[in-house]
Ligand binder design. Structure first.
Ligand code: FAD
Ligand code: UDP
Length: 370
């Protein structure tokens, strides 16, 4: 039997804790926030599950992970169909025939493709090397200007020319009239919210949980008292930023309770112009098909901001400079960190979705426990 300390009660930490306890190990979970579940934390207000850290839609191609997460919640059939608001003009996302029709009046896939081909000619066949080139190559210059450039540069706080191409490849481009934001065969929102998933994962007598507890306040003691540590905080902070800071993007959430039933008619509306300071507004009740108080709705505006020490590091900025720096920290982790395992979005410095975090935690479980 091993005595584990898990740092961070997010999805990675909770998955590891659940699997370790199931195998008869003792686990202590510490979490610096005043609640469990990390960024997937949801809280019920006026009968509505409020996503406290931005819209979370579970989607995966992996049947095993879909089945795995169903141990802890039932899911509704929510399909993400966000819309973009560009100076009051509304477009469907992801980029599909509805978008192309509204923008260009084209009706058939062939006409849409011809228009995209005409616009991507500005690249002269060059292989896309950054987000701007990748976007133009996928959908042409009009969509890049109206729906991508402003949003992206607000979100990441830098020119789209300085961002990696993979970020925009997260979004499908379709020559069909299909507004589903994801290609994955499995998608939904847990009925009753996400927090229950982590609650159930941690509901084992072999697991104790302590919130409002920061690892760095008693680091030496923890390292001495536990056989192994699973650390899901920032890897650069763990090593006291000895090679310098990795970059993150932070966010500020502004949540409002409104005395009306329906504010925007959709769960997610992106504001893709450069001027509007927020990137999106989510209206939480639409994740659950109009559940909740009929006279109230709750909306959250999401303002991107530069991360400084002490802010919440929501997104790793995986450009080549940061990835190279992460590699140095990873080498340190592999050679000098003794009994510490690093995991999750911050511990592995990866733009992981929830299903990928569960997948990564299960890989760690397999290596460590099986
Ligand atoms: P976290 O949830 O960040 O958990 C890490 C925990 O460790 C945190 O609770 C933190 O407080 C704690 N911690 C850190 N340092 C310390 C310390 N020193 N001591 C104690 N505790 C510490 N994924 C999807 O699949 N679909 C989506 O629609 C989606 N939308 C997203 C929207 C936003 C705005 C964001 C930011 C992310 C989104 N994600 C989405 C990604 C998803 O949130 C992550 O994949 C997942 O939550 C990561 O889990 P984690 O355990 O790695 O990290
Ligand atoms: N994006 C965009 N316009 C949009 C939505 C997304 O340009 O209306 C770009 C932007 O660069 C963003 C990336 O696509 O960072 C990935 O979008 P996704 O919705 O996956 O972002 P997340 O939900 O992870 O913030």
């Amino acid at each position: 039997m091993t005595n584990y300390l898990v740092v961070g009660a997010g999805l990675f930490g909770a998955t590891f804790a659940y699997e370790a306890a199931k195998r008869g190990h003792q686990v202590k979970v510490i979490e610096k926030r005043n609640h469990i579940a990390g960024n997937i934390y949801t809280k019920e207000v006026a009968g509505i599950q409020v996503h406290q850290y931005g819209a979370h839609i579970f989607h995966t191609t992996n049947k095993k992970i879909w089945d795995y997460v169903h141990q802890f919640a039932d899911f509704n059939r929510y399909t993400n169909t966000p819309i973009a608001n560009y100076h009051g003009e509304i477009y469907n996302l992801p980029f599909n025939m509805n978008t192309f029709n509204k923008l260009w009046g084209v009706v058939t896939p062939e006409q849409a493709l011809a228009k995209i081909d005409e616009q991507r000619a500005v690249l002269h066949g060059k292989k896309p090397e950054n987000l701007e080139e990748q976007a133009i190559s996928l959908v042409g210059t009009d969509i890049y200007q109206k729906l991508i450039k402003g949003y992206t540069e607000k979100q990441w706080g830098r020119s789209a020319k300085e961002l990696p191409a993979f970020i925009i490849r997260r979004l499908p481009v379709r020559l069909t009239y299909d507004n589903n934001y994801f290609n994955d065969p499995y998608q939904g929102i847990p009925i009753g919210g996400y927090t229950q998933i982590v609650e159930k994962m941690l509901a084992n007598d072999a697991i104790t949980v302590e919130t409002e507890t920061d690892f760095f306040e008693h680091q030496e003691e923890y390292l001495k008292n536990y056989d192994k540590v699973v650390f899901t905080g920032m890897i650069d902070q763990y090593f006291d930023y000895c090679y310098g800071e990795l970059e993150y993007r932070s966010l500020q959430f502004e949540t409002e309770e409104l005395d009306q039933d329906n504010f925007q008619g959709n769960a997610v509306v992106n504001y893709t112009d450069a001027k509007t300071p927020f990137t999106r507004i989510i209206e939480h009740k639409h994740f659950e098909f109009g559940k909740g108080d009929k006279h109230k709705t709750i909306i959250t505006r999401e303002y991107p901001k530069t991360w400084h020490r002490g802010d919440e590091p929501y997104y790793p900025v995986n450009n080549s400079a940061n990835n190279a720096l992460y590699k140095k920290y990873k080498e340190l982790a592999d050679t000098k960190a003794g009994n510490v395992i690093f995991g999750g979005r911050l511990g592995q410095y990866r733009y992981y979705n929830m299903d990928q975090v569960i997948g990564a935690a299960l890989v760690t479980v397999e290596k460590e426990l099986d």
